[in-house]
Design a protein around this ligand. Structure first.
Ligand SMILES: [Zn+2]
Length: 616
């Protein structure tokens, strides 16, 4: 598929007037965005929970870049296109011909619109399919309250096209507005300024003034209530978890203040959190103004709020300065992981920040054992695969380590100043890796010669694995945990002498993750009896414990594991468990039986991943 697609793309570009068309192109879009770009999108959609569809029209305001071009290519996936109109100079609408190509498994269907003139605007009447890859529709029974349906979108990487006919590339930014009509049972929110006082009347309007790429357009609806955390921040959630979420994330305002101090003004006005049902396949999604958050981080003790720091950090890295293609994902995620950790240090102190670094680095090193060399490169060659495959620990943690290395080499003062200027210089722009390398060279490497060479920087970005001299975060707390664990495992101390009363969730995670696979079932049982790990309500601790139990044959976790896998759909937490189960025949049988119950509650993205793991 790769070669065919690239060939088609090359032919497409060859026919274009713009000489720079081929440079840095996004191979995951059909859009001819070197000829014409969408500058504003308006959606007028009916949300139908019975049919599980969004239907109505999209107005695309066009900015023509090439004089004689008249065709517009858009991305769609499983959309029904009813009719298309073009707006003429005199303001009148005219029906225009269109053609929907056959569906490509990765890219969807190219929509070719041929007005034979340059319309200022296109109006496309369409509807989404019930199985749209970017939407999940939950029946009332699948929600906590059991009375009201819920729906939400997840556009990243290229799922926006499954509910909007659009130029679905991070290289194109547009402002957007929307009118959504639906039942007055639900409140609709979008990745745009939401008025906390909005009346629940089934008719909702939105206006997002800042230009954002299609992957950041987001919508959700359900029995949502709002609770303010500060004047600027608040939580939208189903009633069952509203108070708990507002308490859990009370540090959000402090995080914003800290990030503004480090990297300049927060440019988006309000910052609200939307707590999604447990089936949300991700930890969080940085939809601007309104981050989408998994309820699995509402732990009761604030132990997992680095996820909020992460999504907030995207308001600078990712949403403000955006990767131009999914090959450049590390520009979003590496910078965000770095900024996240700086926020955590600022708000919660360096001990915790270093523990979180150490846990991430350990996870990355484990992952590098199984990833191909190609997939361990920051500027990844996706080789025609689905861009969702770019999301390993590499763009996140290897990217973070690269920036930590630069910080350590140049010193915090210089590196902070560089990063602050970078966010200012590329605000509301989409850039690729080569652009960053040039910027880095000019504004940091050459400014202070002899510290880091361009070759060294390029090795981080274009070579597989971790370069020599990669920062190794050292946590004193973890060293002590390791000593206590070793003593106990060697039979030199009792479990009761472990100082667990003072352990944080991070220390617990480190402890569990570093127990040897040779640990005996008796030792596992002893730990379980003392600390109730099988019934832990912390989603990360439970995950780590179940994974260890599966690897060491400690069967007692299975009933709780079953509940865990049915109860949540966050891919990071469930996929490794299914993967481990699938490695033995009995495990696979157990996994299939559990999945049969769990699958209807999972998001299409999670279904796709688990289907693949458990198929014959
Ligand atoms: Zn992220």
């Amino acid at each position: 598929m790769l070669n065919r697609l690239l060939l088609i793309y090359a032919l497409l570009l060859a026919g274009m007037a713009s000489p720079s068309a081929a440079a840095g192109g996004d191979s995951y879009t059909y859009a001819n965005y070197q000829q014409v770009t969408v500058s504003h999108l308006h959606l007028d959609l009916a949300m139908d929970f019975q049919q599980k569809t969004l239907s109505g029209f999209a107005d695309l305001q066009l900015n023509w870049l090439v004089q004689d071009a008249t065709e517009v290519y858009l991305d769609t996936r499983d959309l029904t296109i009813e009719r298309v109109y073009g707006k003429q100079q005199d303001g009148s609408w005219q029906t225009v011909p269109f053609k929907l190509a056959a569906r490509d498994a990765v890219l969807g269907s190219k929509l070719t619109i041929s007005p034979a003139f340059q319309p200022q605007m296109l109006r496309i009447h369409y509807s989404s399919a019930p199985e749209a890859s970017g939407l999940q529709w939950l029946n009332p029974e699948q929600t906590a309250g059991k009375t009201t349906p819920f729906m939400f979108s997840q556009n990243q990487a290229i799922h926006g096209r499954s509910w909007i006919p659009v130029q679905d590339t991070p290289a194109v930014r547009m402002s957007y507005s929307a009118r959504i009509q639906t039942t007055d049972q639900v409140l609709v929110v979008m990745s745009a300024p939401n008025d906390p006082a909005t009346a629940r009347d089934g008719d909702y309007q939105f206006y997002m003034p800042q230009p954002i790429p299609a992957y950041l357009i987001a919508i959700a609806a359900g029995d949502l209530q709002f609770k303010a955390m500060s004047e600027q921040t608040g939580v939208y959630a189903e009633p069952y978890i509203l108070e708990a979420s507002a308490n859990e994330f009370a540090s959000t305002q402090a995080m914003i203040d800290a990030t503004e101090q480090l990297y300049g003004e927060y440019r988006w006005g309000r910052y609200d959190l939307l707590i999604l049902p447990p089936s949300f396949p991700f930890g969080g999604m940085e939809n601007p103004v309104l981050s989408f958050i998994t309820p699995t981080v509402v732990a009761g003790d604030g132990s997992l709020v680095n996820l909020i720091a992460h999504e907030l950090a995207h308001s600078w890295s990712g949403n403000l300065v955006t990767n131009a293609t999914w090959r450049d994902l590390w520009l979003n995620e590496g910078f965000t992981s770095y900024v996240e950790n700086r926020i955590m240090e600022q708000v919660f102190g360096s001990d915790r920040a270093v523990m979180e670094q150490a846990l991430s680095v350990q996870a990355l090193k484990d992952e590098l054992q199984v990833l191909s060399a190609n997939d361990s490169i920051l500027h990844i060659d996706l080789q025609g695969r689905d861009p969702d495959d770019a999301f390993s620990g590499v763009p996140y943690t290897k990217g973070q380590l690269f920036l930590m290395d630069l910080e350590q080499q140049f010193g915090r003062d210089k590196f902070d100043r560089f990063l602050r200027q970078y966010f200012a210089d590329y605000a509301f722009k989409s850039i690729d890796t080569a652009t960053f390398v040039n910027y880095l060279d000019k504004n940091l490497l050459q400014q202070y010669p002899g510290v880091v060479s361009l070759e060294q920087a390029k090795a981080w970005i274009y070579q597989p694995g971790l370069p020599a001299g990669t920062p190794e975060p050292q946590s004193d707390a973890f060293t002590q945990v390791q000593q206590h664990a070793s003593n106990w495992l060697a039979g030199n101390s009792e479990l009761s002498s472990l100082p667990t009363a003072s352990w944080t969730v991070h220390e617990w995670l480190y402890f569990i993750n570093n127990l040897p696979l040779s640990i005996s079932p008796e030792q596992m049982a002893a730990l379980d009896n003392s600390f109730g790990l099988t019934t832990s309500t912390n989603s990360e601790i439970a995950h780590a414990w179940y994974l260890l139990a599966l690897k060491t044959g400690y069967q007692q976790v299975l009933p709780q594991l079953e509940q865990y896998l049915i109860g949540i759909g966050r891919r990071k937490l469930i996929i490794p468990l299914y993967k481990q189960l699938a490695s033995t025949p009995e495990g696979l049988a157990f996994a299939r039986a559990v999945y049969q119950q769990a699958r209807p509650g999972y998001h299409p993205l999670a279904q796709g991943s688990v289907d693949e793991l458990l198929r014959n």
